[in-house]
Design a protein around this ligand. Structure first.
Ligand SMILES: CC(C)(COP(=O)(O)OP(=O)(O)OC[C@H]1O[C@@H](n2cnc3c(N)ncnc32)[C@H](O)[C@@H]1OP(=O)(O)O)[C@@H](O)C(=O)NCCC(=O)NCCS
Length: 388
């Protein structure tokens, strides 16, 4: 039977073909990639075929992403790869268009990704939507007032999940993780031992130690630090500071205006190690509107026309109405501006204001509703601690 051009891998041979393609595309180890893919057997891999050959593929994670205080169903795209000798011929665009249509049919609201090729994703309606900034600082710069901290045990898993949800759900962009991403966060290896500690006042830290030979010194890679209050934050920072005799530096992803920043920053310079940008695609407009939270108690009415060539189900004139913080979205409405899908994504995540979108060419037409659009989509600066 002839297989469709796009779909899930048909058995182990195609799975291995995609693993080989991804390993070559990312200079990775093929066997390691195959082992990693075994976690995705329940459907998170897609391939594109030419005849009987697998020529492109990607994997995805089904999770949720917090916006406005609610977890919105999202599908994160990763490890997009096209056979090197076939690049430049439109295969990635074809693959991504099929992937988007499938996600839309599946009722997925949002699709975040980390772009290695922004132009490619932008041409399909993704736009920059938030950041992931890793800071690097000296343990000696941390406050060292010790607090109530204990090693985490297996019994703390529910506590960790609860603290995570309470801390991240009030931000825009962080994930409500799927099991694969939780597993990856907690993974330990002989060359990368990982540890977890609980702050009794409400917080936890997960970190790994990376040796920096020669000598005995190491770097602390904080995988996650969650603190619901100041005593918990300072207790966890003091735990890290306590390693300063043998630890040369600490790397940690923080929110744009993270409460930890004043404690780790010795002066006006923010010691940034890496700043990544992630992109977002609104895949299913009505799911995205229904799924997220909105400014508390706000009432507003805005009309706009969405130009979505790739996903026509989203295209056309819409009216978004908020009544005391509850949203409804209806077809139709006059006098509103025109939004590109990328403009919608950057607005939705609270990354860009209508004025910035006009400068980017992602919003055009009448300006009369710009102030209402800005108010409706206003929120904390979007960020995402996870990399996938
Ligand atoms: C990036 C990649 C997926 C593109 O695949 P492709 O089939 O060559 O892409 P297409 O031919 O469909 O190109 C579509 C658009 O993507 C952009 N693009 C393609 N390759 C690109 C690259 N290497 N860098 C930046 N942009 C690129 C171009 O804007 C192109 O449109 P244009 O030709 O009208 O300018 C492929 O080069 C690849 O597998 N690279 C290695 C892995 C990787 O970087 N994956 C992306 C991770 S997010």
């Amino acid at each position: 039977m002839k297989l469709p051009v796009y779909g899930a891998p048909d058995g182990n041979a195609e799975l291995r073909a995609y693993a080989a393609l991804a390993a070559e595309s990312y200079a990775g180890d093929r066997d390691a990639f195959e082992r990693r893919l075994s976690a995705f057997r329940d459907g998170g891999i897609r391939v594109l075929r030419r005849g009987s050959r697998c020529v492109a593929g990607a994997l995805h994670f089904d999770f949720a992403q917090y916006f406005g205080g609610k977890a919105v169903p999202a599908r994160g795209l990763a490890a997009v790869a096209v056979a090197p000798h076939l690049r430049g011929g439109g295969l990635a665009r074809e693959f991504l268009h099929s992937w988007l249509k499938e996600a839309c049919d599946d009722g997925v609201a949002l699709a975040p990704l980390y772009p290695a090729a922004q132009r490619l994703y932008r041409s399909l309606g993704w736009e920059l939507a938030g950041t992931r900034v890793t800071y690097q600082f000296r343990p000696a710069d941390l406050p060292a007032r010790h607090g109530k901290v204990r090693p985490a045990t297996d019994d703390d898993e529910a506590l960790i999940r609860d603290l995570h949800a309470r801390s991240r759900s009030v931000a825009n962009g962080p994930l409500k993780r799927c099991p694969e991403l939780w597993q990856r966060l907690r993974a330990s290896a002989p060359d990368l031992p990982a540890f977890a500690y609980i702050a009794e006042d409400g917080g936890y830290v997960l970190y790994a130690l990376r040796r920096e030979p020669p000598g005995v010194r190491f770097r602390i890679e904080v995988r996650e630090l969650v603190a619901l209050n100041r005593p918990a934050l300072h207790a966890l920072l003091a735990l890290l500071a306590g390693q300063r005799s043998v630890c040369s530096s600490i790397q940690m992803v923080l929110a744009p205006f993270d409460p930890a920043l004043p404690a780790i920053q010795p002066d006006h310079i923010c010691p940034v190690h890496e700043r990544l940008e992630w992109m977002l695609r609104v895949v299913n407009l009505s799911q995205a509107v229904q799924g997220r939270g909105w400014p508390h108690g706000m009432s507003a009415k805005v009309a706009f026309t969405l130009e979505d060539v790739m996903l026509p189900a989203n295209a056309g004139a819409w009216t978004l109405q908020l009544a005391r913080g509850r949203a409804s979205l209806k077809r139709g409405g006059r006098g509103g501006p025109r939004l590109e899908p990328g403009g919608l994504a950057a607005l939705y995540s609270s990354r860009s204001t209508p004025a910035e979108l006009r400068a980017l060419g992602l919003l055009s037409g009448p300006e009369s509703q710009d102030a209402a659009l800005a108010a409706v989509f206003a929120g904390p600066a979007p960020w995402m601690p996870d990399f996938f």
